[in-house]
Design a protein around this ligand. Structure first.
Ligand code: ADP
Ligand code: ZN
Length: 242
């Protein structure tokens, strides 16, 4: 079904979020490369279906904010743009998943990000009779990811932000508001974006393959209008294997 058809077909306007979703526990992992829109979608879908949204990046940032010893270590890794080591990551996420609101159901976002993390997650949850039901991989072509990640430009003078895809300036390189020069932050530069995608390919793709081999992976195209992606994800969750 293509995007336009989905957006205009009658059922999309009659969506009642809760009844769409099969009852019982719902343990879902949402995966996808940087720039796929995973974070926003995970939060939206978790709210719609009423389960906890557990994002490893959020857990790390909370810990950094608390300023404890662990938080200081997380900050070091995050500032360098590298992954937090598996043992630390697994510990933090498993502690979160032991809480009441996520004992039976959750949507995991940003975890697992390596094969080691996927195996550790399986070991702990499996031993507890709480295995993952469904893993969704949000897929977006690499050139789109690069354009999304590397498209942001800022005005040196008034700091207005532009995006070459979504909110381009009238004249390339020049601020609409003040005529100032536009520049890119290191985080938004194409070489940084390429580096992040490479880390994803090397570290996270093996975890995606692992779930594919186990037969619980579902691929959802992420290069569609945001609400279409949300509906497709909700539908995938509703139809997950019992
Ligand atoms: P982003 O999508 O920009 O990477 P996240 O909020 O998902 O943002 O993660 C922020 C940072 O936290 C990552 O760059 C990484 O250093 C760390 N991190 C998050 N999740 C994991 C994970 N599962 N394993 C290792 N490090 C992680
Ligand atoms: Zn300006």
């Amino acid at each position: 079904m293509d995007a336009v058809q989905m957006a205009t077909s009658p059922w999309t306007w009659q969506i009642a979020p809760a009844p769409l979703v099969r009852g019982g526990p719902m343990r879902v992992v949402l995966m996808g490369p940087p720039g796929a829109g995973k974070g926003t979608q995970a939060k939206t879908v978790a709210d719609m279906v009423g389960v906890a949204h557990v994002a490893s990046g959020d857990l790390f940032r909370e810990s950094v904010k608390r300023g404890d010893e662990l938080g200081r270590r997380f900050k070091e890794y995050m500032d360098r743009g590298v992954l937090v080591p598996d043992d630390l990551t697994v510990q933090v996420v498993m502690e979160r998943l032991a809480r009441d609101d996520s004992r039976d159901s959750f949507i995991l976002d940003g975890f697992p990000r390596s094969l080691g993390q996927a195996e550790a997650l399986d070991d702990v949850l499996g031993a507890d009779g709480r295995a993952i039901d469904l893993v969704i991989n949000l897929t977006v072509p690499e050139e789109t990811l690069l354009a999304r990640l590397a498209g942001r430009w800022l005005c040196r003078a008034c700091h207005t932000s532009y995006h070459t895809l979504y909110s381009p300036p009238i004249v390339e390189g020049v601020c609409d508001r003040c005529g100032g020069e536009l520049y890119q932050r290191i985080d938004d530069r194409e070489d940084t974006a390429r580096h992040r995608l490479e880390i994803y390919r090397e570290e996270t793709t093996p975890a995606v393959d692992y779930y594919r081999d186990r037969g619980i992976l579902c691929e959802v195209p992420g290069d569609r209008p945001r609400d279409v992606v949300t509906r497709t994800l909700t539908e995938a969750i509703r139809q997950r294997p019992a």
